[in-house]
Design a protein around this ligand. Structure first.
Ligand code: ATP
Length: 206
């Protein structure tokens, strides 16, 4: 709820690794649309001194925290890569807290609609948090090229990440709206403008 008791339309933005979610989210943000980013919330939750970090240390041991008090992401990534049970335990710590935080932020929004970026929206069954699903769809070859250029990851690593995520057809089947990211960033902005108009209209009709 926001806007004097009127419901704020919640648009869940999702897409595969390197599909262009952040680029699209920044375009919405530039139009004055509130953007909530689940990855950013996840980072904030494990800042030094946060209760989640103690819980993580309880599961992963002291090696989960570096000397500077920050979570050792490299260590955690390695642990969960080879152990599905540890991965579930980490998710059991983080996911309810992320959901709680998203709900709290949504209740404060004073705008007809907002964007919630949840990269694993479908995989983690969080669609109940959103009213509509907006998918950024990108040809796999381009995803791989962009992530390689941005993060310097090997193609094998990128492929392994992509295989752990929902495939394109699953995402497209769940989508209410799609942004195809197969051209330049200027075309993305044009499509974001169109969707902005659309969401404003839908939001005001409700
Ligand atoms: P991740 O899932 O890894 O967080 P993402 O879906 O948020 O990625 P972005 O970070 O928006 O994707 O895009 C990945 C990279 O590709 C970035 O460096 C971005 O600037 C670049 N990029 C995205 N779309 C385009 C495009 N249409 N043309 C050129 N570069 C692009």
């Amino acid at each position: 709820m926001g806007r004097d008791g009127k419901h704020t339309l919640v648009v869940g933005l999702t897409g595969g690794i390197g599909s262009g979610k952040t680029t699209v989210a920044n375009d919405f943000s530039a139009l004055g649309v509130p953007v909530i980013d689940a990855d950013q919330l996840a980072h904030e939750l494990v800042e030094p001194g946060q209760p989640a970090l103690d819980e993580i240390t309880g599961v992963f041991g002291k090696s989960a925290v570096s000397a500077d008090g920050h979570m050792d992401r490299h260590y955690i990534r390695q642990c969960i890569y080879s152990d599905a049970q540890l991965k579930s335990q980490l998710e059991a710590i983080l996911h309810p807290k992320i959901r709680q935080r998203i709900r709290a932020l949504l209740s404060d929004i004073q705008h007809p609609y907002c964007i919630v970026v949840i990269p694993l929206l479908l995989e983690t069954r969080q669609t109940d948090l959103v009213d509509r699903i907006l998918v950024v769809d990108s040809p796999e070859k381009e995803q791989r090229q962009r992530v390689a250029a941005r993060d310097g990851l090997s193609d094998n690593t990128i492929m392994a990440i992509m295989q752990s995520q929902a495939d394109r057809s699953t995402r497209l089947a769940a989508a209410d709206d799609v942004i195809v990211n197969d051209s330049d960033v200027a075309s993305l902005s044009v499509r974001v403008q169109e969707l902005h108009q659309h969401y404003m209209e839908i939001a005001y009709d409700n």
